[in-house]
Design a protein around this ligand. Structure first.
Ligand code: BES
Ligand code: ZN
Ligand code: ZN
Length: 478
């Protein structure tokens, strides 16, 4: 989809179809009021109506609608228009503060994943043209709008890049394939890329990650991508859980729960999308993205409940459930990341627990860590970026639930409640003392994947974590 900003008034732009957002008040005095009313259009939020003869599509909007509503209305409108035979669509940018949301609505709303379909029907819609005119016919500084346009395109396309990766099957997106993807991204975006294979992981004493991957015929890979601008304002480490498939291991998942577990690599995909966007936005922030790409399978050599693993940082872990594998992989990747990079902040992204969905519902990312100000800053960034986040609080009693009688820590809690928090408290064992207040853990189990359309998302990966983190970086690392 080609999105363009024109310095012409709306009526002078040549396009096949015009999109207008209309409030109930505007509908009353609209020149096509009777036609629209006859068609049942009441200008209710997200209500759409097309008048083909007039080459017009209208969308209802509230007087002071939020970014979120503009974004999802635009996404709904674009999906409808893509099914028509029009090649181009024009619209005003409405208010300058909603301009970015409209672009996001277009790029995220027009996303389709058709790699595994034999027959596809490409949409004829290829051109979206924004007038520089607002709904009240005033105009804005074109330079400012041009910057918003190019930045929003980079961020939205990085989100779609993540969706594409998440949506790949476990057959196609193995740990080795993840490493190839990272390597390709590194060449196109001028990033440094280091990959560790099994021998490398053994040299680094990453026994927890190795144990999880041992029964798979697709051996694990550790991926380190780095973006290093000349004078960085901050150094940020990102760590992603990259389970290219999570069968549960010997603590095998039930058949129904195993379906969708190709998405257990969404944290890894998110950190790759973030570093991609940061490098394209040319932000003055040094970014290190670490990915633990592993497949959790069954086999004669599988790791077992009752095993004790020694992680890279020297701590021993009693395994009581092989399906709590993500935290084992992260334990070692967090250890490796901290040993290799002295960062200002360390953030990890993981589809870590079903319990996070129980706590917050299927759309919201769980935010955990020791630093309240830092956690709050992410809530605000997510809110501005169009993602949902909720803080799940630690306390000293929950910490006792992962005590082990046999080893330093147990990989599952002794109680069935608060599983998202006890998983994060497990990770806390692998955060160095000096990084405790600089660490945030994001549980994206609910937010990273959807089987039914919501907001700007269709079936599949959502790119959770990408937009909110980029917003946070742009606001907090100036
Ligand atoms: N990858 C899953 C978590 C998950 C579940 C993500 C559903 C997305 C949707 C994780 O590895 C897992 O299996 N966690 C277990 C932990 C339990 C064994 C303590 C879970 O949530 O049931
Ligand atoms: Zn699991
Ligand atoms: Zn998992």
């Amino acid at each position: 989809m080609n999105v363009k900003l024109s310095n012409q008034s709306l009526h002078l732009i040549d396009a096949d179809l015009t999109l207008e957002f209309i409030t109930a008040k505007e509908l009353e005095i609209h020149p096509l009021n009777s036609l629209l009313t006859q068609a049942g259009f009441k200008a209710e939020t997200e209500q759409l109506c097309t008048l083909h003869e007039q080459r017009l599509i209208v969308c209802g909007i509230a007087e002071e609608a939020s970014d979120e509503i503009y974004r999802s209305s635009m996404a709904n409108a674009i999906k409808i228009v893509m099914n028509y035979a029009y090649g181009s669509l024009k619209l005003a940018q409405y208010t300058p503060q909603h301009f970015g949301s409209l672009i996001e609505g277009i790029i995220l709303g027009s996303y389709r994943f058709e790699q595994y379909k034999s027959e596809t029907k490409p949409s004829l819609l290829t051109q979206i043209i924004f007038s520089h005119e607002n709904r009240d016919r005033t105009t804005n500084d074109i330079d400012e709008l041009t910057t918003t346009l190019s930045q929003t395109l980079i961020i939205s396309k990085a989100t779609n890049f993540v969706r594409n990766l998440v949506n790949q099957t476990p057959y196609d997106m193995t740990p080795q394939a993840m490493a190839v993807t990272a390597d390709t991204l590194a060449s196109t975006n001028n990033l440094e890329c280091t990959i560790l294979d099994v021998n490398g992981l053994e040299d680094e004493k990453m026994n927890a990650m190795l144990a999880v991957g041992r029964a798979s015929s697709n051996p694990p890979r550790l991926i380190h991508l780095a973006y290093k601008p000349a004078n960085p304002k901050k150094v940020i480490t990102l760590v992603g859980k990259g389970l290219t498939y999570d069968s549960g291991g010997l603590s095998l998942k039930a058949a129904a729960s195993m379906v969708t577990m190709k998405m257990d690599k969404a944290g890894a995909c998110a950190v790759m999308g973030i570093i991609k966007a940061v490098s394209e936005l040319k932000l003055d922030i040094e970014i290190h993205a670490f990915v633990g790409a592993v497949e959790n399978m069954i086999g004669g050599n599988a790791y077992k409940p009752d095993d004790v693993l020694r992680a890279k940082n020297g701590k021993s872990i009693e395994v009581r459930n092989t399906d709590a594998e993500g935290r084992l992989v992260l334990a070692d990747v967090l250890g490796y990341a901290q040993a290799n990079v002295n960062a200002d902040y360390i953030f990890d992204y993981a589809t870590l627990t079903g319990a996070c969905m129980v706590a917050l519902g299927p759309y919201t990312t769980g935010v955990m860590g020791h630093n309240s100000t830092l956690k709050e800053s992410f809530i605000s960034a997510a809110d501005q970026a169009g993602e949902y986040c909720g803080i799940l609080p630690f306390n000293r009693h929950l910490k006792k639930l992962i005590k082990s009688d046999l080893a330093d820590v147990c990989n599952v809690s002794s109680k069935p409640y608060g599983g998202a928090i006890t998983a994060a408290l497990f990770l806390d064992n692998f955060i160095d003392e000096n990084m405790k207040d600089k660490w945030v853990h994001f549980d994206i189990a609910g937010s990273a994947y959807t089987e039914s359309a919501w907001d700007v998302h269709t079936y599949g990966g959502t790119g959770a974590g990408v937009r909110m983190t980029l917003k946070w970086l742009m606001e907090n690392c100036k």
